[in-house]
Design a binder for this molecule. Structure first.
Ligand code: TRP
Length: 329
């Protein structure tokens, strides 16, 4: 029997090439070997999004799911759904919170980091934020998934999920499989600022769904080797992020670019033009599919409705099993 994959993504709107190379591409490939359940985690989004800003969540989900579909996530083979559409996860979260020591949650490094980023104290952050990994555990085990593709940053959460599962199974008898992380050899994609990981919040991204012209304009603003000031200065491709991006979008021109850059026969402007072309060329089929999908009214809603109903069928069974184990049924 095929194993089951679960993974979640926060609804961040249109995805960028870093999301694609880091996660989405891998999600697509896993469909060959696993029964996959992919979730837009809107409840998790509420740990950091509040008030007016929550009005964007629904359109962010739509944009993200269009990217999933255009990239090749197949809604027939896989289950695609929105976390809050299967509210059983919030019930399981509450049940799991009863077997999760608070100390485990306070020690999670991503929690400490978040608290710092939010300029808050541990006392002031929401109860929901502390429970973030418990909700994530509920996501995974509600579907009894055994395999969870994640980036390195999520490993502490997965470790905690396994601990919660072990503890539940120890107290109430074997109920859930221990989920295994599947580390995807995700290349670190640096954004156009040449310094930070590509991310929407830093506005240093190239969106998958951008037009060719938008792509050109953004790539032309990218930072290259800061020490290459005049056109005649030789560049250092090994410190240049545009060069790193060529590895993904112009693999056949790498040697030529390297030589041109180090010998100053290729200027940064031409170099970036070449990168924009490479990106546009690689993404052309994706963009074409996305336009077709966008034009079908109701498509995303229909996919998500169907996904939620298939997910809920599994969720209900698992939840009643957990409630029974815990003496509630
Ligand atoms: N926390 C994950 C992230 O920020 C998203 C997520 C939520 C997730 N639930 C999950 C990932 C379950 C894997 C499995 O990227």
């Amino acid at each position: 029997m095929k194993g089951r994959v679960f993974s979640g993504m926060r609804p961040s709107g249109r995805l960028h090439i870093g999301n694609y190379l880091g996660a989405l591409q891998n999600w697509v490939a896993l469909q060959e070997e696993y029964q996959c359940v992919y979730c837009a985690v809107d409840v998790h989004a509420l740990t950091t999004v509040q008030g007016e800003a929550t009005k964007e969540i629904r359109s962010d989900i739509r944009e993200m799911v269009l990217d999933w579909l255009a990239a090749g996530i197949d809604p027939q083979r896989s289950i695609l759904f929105v976390q809050s559409h299967v509210p059983e996860v919030m019930v399981l979260h509450t049940l799991l919170s009863m077997v999760t020591p608070l100390g485990w949650l306070l020690r999670v490094p991503t929690f400490k980091e978040r608290v710092r980023q939010m300029h808050e104290t541990e006392e002031a952050v929401s109860y929901g934020l502390v429970g973030y990994p418990v909700l994530m555990t509920a996501d995974i085990i509600l579907y009894k998934a055994d395999t969870v593709p994640v980036g390195e940053d999520q490993l502490p959460h997965l470790e905690l999920a396994r601990e919660i599962v072990r503890r539940f199974n120890h107290i109430y008898g074997p109920t859930f499989p221990e989920p295994q992380p599947k580390l995807t050899q995700a290349p670190l994609i640096i954004g156009l600022d040449g310094q930070n990981k590509m991310s929407k919040s830093l506005d240093n991204q190239v969106e998958l769904a951008a037009t060719e012209e938008e792509t050109r304009q953004r790539v032309m603003q990218a930072f290259t080797d800061p020490q290459r000031i005049r056109r005649t200065d030789p560049g250092r491709p090994w410190v240049c992020n545009v060069y790193s991006l060529h590895k993904h979008f112009n693999p056949d021109k790498l040697d030529w670019v390297y030589e041109g850059c180090t010998k100053a026969t290729l200027g940064c402007v031409e170099d970036k033009r070449l990168l924009a072309e490479g990106i546009n060329c690689a993404l052309a089929p994706f963009r074409e599919r996305r336009r077709e999908l966008e034009a079908k009214p109701g498509l995303v809603d229909e996919v998500l409705r169907d996904g939620a109903s298939r997910a809920q069928e599994i969720a209900r069974k698992t939840l009643s099993e957990a409630m029974e184990r815990m003496g509630l049924r």
